[in-house]
Ligand binder design. Structure first.
Ligand code: MG
Length: 259
């Protein structure tokens, strides 16, 4: 009897091997390779709204319960991804991307939060489209809210300032002129996950630029890829990361409130 079962299993296994071999032999077409342009949407362009004039140089001090991420003196709250000290330049109460030295991220990690960050693109305009005044704020180190000089600078709308990069265009274009300070206030709700690693509730984000709403509790559908579709993977709390895209973007008055 034992022998019979063993023989039957052998035949069955041989059958499976033969079947899978046949399945592997069959040729199916590969997907077309992705290119950057396949996820760049140019129309409609966000309408231009002129922000209110800053009456006090545009800056507001942090509220009493905020965690100060930059107080104008040093980058002690920040590090490179490898844990080393950032090489970005701190001068006159402002810090500036040192191109080529890579992103920086907060040492502390966050879940739900309210983030205030002020940023400035150089007055001396160089480049165009995505090559002009590009940086970004990565929520939990993963999801990019675009920083870009979109003042008289068209680019694909889902890559403009205040876009969830290559996912959701901003409602309007609320840029101040190059050399002037812009303010982002970002309210973020972290995702929750099912056992299979997909979102039970997606991350959600509200973004205001210079007091004007650009993202209104928008659901984030996954990672913000340059090439390809958004991906979803389970994660916990993460840092605030700032992008080195090769442009000398400056920042000041950065604070966060955990929610
Ligand atoms: Mg960017």
């Amino acid at each position: 009897m034992k022998k019979t079962i063993s023989q039957a299993l052998t035949v069955l296994c041989a059958g499976i091997v033969t079947f899978s071999a046949h399945a592997q032999d069959k040729k199916y077409p590969d997907p077309e390779p992705m290119s950057p342009g396949m996820s760049e949407w140019w129309q409609p362009q966000p309408p231009i709204v002129t922000p209110g004039t800053a009456t006090d140089a545009g800056s507001t001090t942090a509220p009493s319960d905020a965690i100060i991420l930059f107080d104008g003196k040093n980058l002690d709250q920040w590090q490179k991804p490898n844990g080393e000290a950032p090489e970005w330049i701190v001068k006159d109460g402002v810090f500036t991307v040192k191109p080529g030295t890579g992103e920086i991220r907060t040492k502390q990690e966050f879940g739900d939060f309210q983030l205030h960050i002020e940023w400035r693109v150089p007055e001396d305009v160089q480049g165009e489209s995505q090559g002009r005044g590009n940086s970004g704020v990565f929520l939990q180190g993963i999801y990019e809210i675009q920083i870009l000089d979109n003042y008289n600078n068209e680019t694909y709308s889902n890559g403009q300032a205040g876009s969830i990069y290559k996912q959701s265009r901003p409602l309007v274009n609320a840029m101040r002129k190059p050399g002037e300070w812009n303010v982002y206030d970002i309210i973020y709700e972290a995702p929750t996950f099912k056992k299979d690693g997909t979102y039970r509730t997606p991350p959600r984000v509200t973004v205001l630029q210079n007091g004007i709403i650009l993202q209104n509790n928008t659901a984030i559908i996954g990672t913000t890829e340059y090439v390809g579709f958004p991906r979803v993977f389970p994660h916990g709390n993460g840092p605030i990361s700032l992008q080195d895209h090769g442009n000398p973007i400056s920042f000041r008055n950065v604070w966060i409130r955990e929610l």
